[in-house]
Design a protein around this ligand. Structure first.
Ligand code: 3EB
Length: 347
């Protein structure tokens, strides 16, 4: 699997991607030295243990303890064709090229997360805002023991959602719209946050007609609803990318196909198909085009139970393009009854 992914990546044309921003899930390290590949805005290393974000040879690097089932190293690399300025801000690291910002920070394990999660988010939003990256594109919230209890007996995901919602409420005037996101488990305690933001006027945030907007979930799913959109369209000069949020087997606000991994996977694929299609883009004022599952790339598939990996892999192999990049992770999903979650980017 590892070598075939490598081949795929190195022959991939970049012309259909958003000008100035592109990513690879299985980077061919040799290409990094190639000037034609541009500079690295940020990197996410899916590793066998947690670590603080750091500047590695000047590259802002986040480590997520989510090592893949197969042991094939997965590294997500965001590149740009402009020159990157990188640095540290408190515990966070960042890379910016004048058009895009990558920012990564880790919150060490807490007995209760909400206050520190709020602070982490407020610092991140302030950082982006002050530098003019006023439109959030895509956020990843990687949460250890996501469905486990905090010291008060509250589920850690719900605890986190309170702090995040408070931060977005405090910054509601600056960031009135929520971007695409993922909230998913990792293999050790603590929360890793990273995001991409951009200069104003290029993003359209999408909801899914099959799903209740997450920020309107009723309180039985937690005291504060999750703060994210189902997808974010990033429009470049001639091209676009559609960032698909972590998508689960949820219809309306309810988990469907409890206990059935294959059916959950198929429901997710329908959810994504409707989300990215031209009807849904049209519904959000974007006319003249749309995507299908065949356009999804940089796919991440999160599977809770290791014994389900083969079945999920089989279904995905039928549906996604053979040359799409797909990484599988064996981690918890944010509701105990969700067995699978899928995200990706339509190009
Ligand atoms: C869901 O649809 C599944 O809290 O940032 C998906 C994407 C999910 C993002 C988040 C949670 C988040 O509710 C879970």
């Amino acid at each position: 699997m590892g070598s075939s992914f490598g081949d795929t990546v190195s022959h991939r044309p970049h012309s259909h991607r958003v000008r100035g921003l592109r990513s690879d899930l299985f980077p061919d390290i040799a290409r990094t030295a190639d000037a034609a590949c541009g500079s690295v805005l940020g990197r996410i290393v899916f590793a066998g243990g947690p670590a603080e974000p750091a500047l590695v040879s000047g590259v802002p690097s986040m480590t997520a303890h989510m090592a893949t089932e197969s042991g094939v190293p997965v590294e997500e690399v965001w590149r740009t064709d402009r020159s990157v300025r990188s640095g540290a801000s408190g515990d966070a690291v960042f890379g910016e090229d004048g058009e895009y910002l990558f920012y990564a920070v880790r919150l060490e394990p807490q007995s209760v997360y909400r206050a520190r999660a709020r602070e982490l988010y407020e610092n991140a939003l302030q950082f982006a805002w002050e530098r003019g990256y006023t439109d959030l594109v895509r956020m990843w919230n990687l949460i250890g023991d996501i469905t486990g209890p905090n010291a008060e007996g509250v589920e850690i995901y719900r605890d986190f959602c309170v702090g995040r919602a408070e931060a977005f409420a405090a910054w509601g005037a600056q960031f009135p719209q929520l971007p695409a996101a993922t909230g998913i488990g990792t293999l050790s305690p603590g929360i890793d946050l990273c995001f991409l933001a951009t200069k104003p006027g290029r993003t359209v945030h999408l909801e899914n007609p099959r799903q209740t907007p997450a920020y309107q979930y009723p309180s039985r799913y937690g005291p504060k609803s999750p703060s994210f959109a189902r997808a974010t369209l990033l429009q470049g000069e001639q091209t676009a990318s559609l960032f698909v949020s972590g998508t689960a087997s949820i219809l309306g606000e309810d988990t469907v196909h409890v206990g059935d991994t294959a059916r959950q996977t198929l429901e997710i694929l329908r959810n994504i198909d409707v989300l990215v299609g031209s009807d849904n883009l049209g519904r959000h004022g974007v006319n003249g085009y749309g995507y299908t599952l065949q356009d999804l790339d940089q796919i991440k598939v999160y599977v809770r139970d290791p014994e389900d990996l083969a079945a999920v892999r089989y279904i995905c192999a039928q549906v996604f393009r053979a040359d799409s990049e797909i990484a599988y992770f064996n981690v918890d999903v944010c509701r105990p009854d969700l067995l699978v979650e899928i995200e990706g980017v339509c190009r």
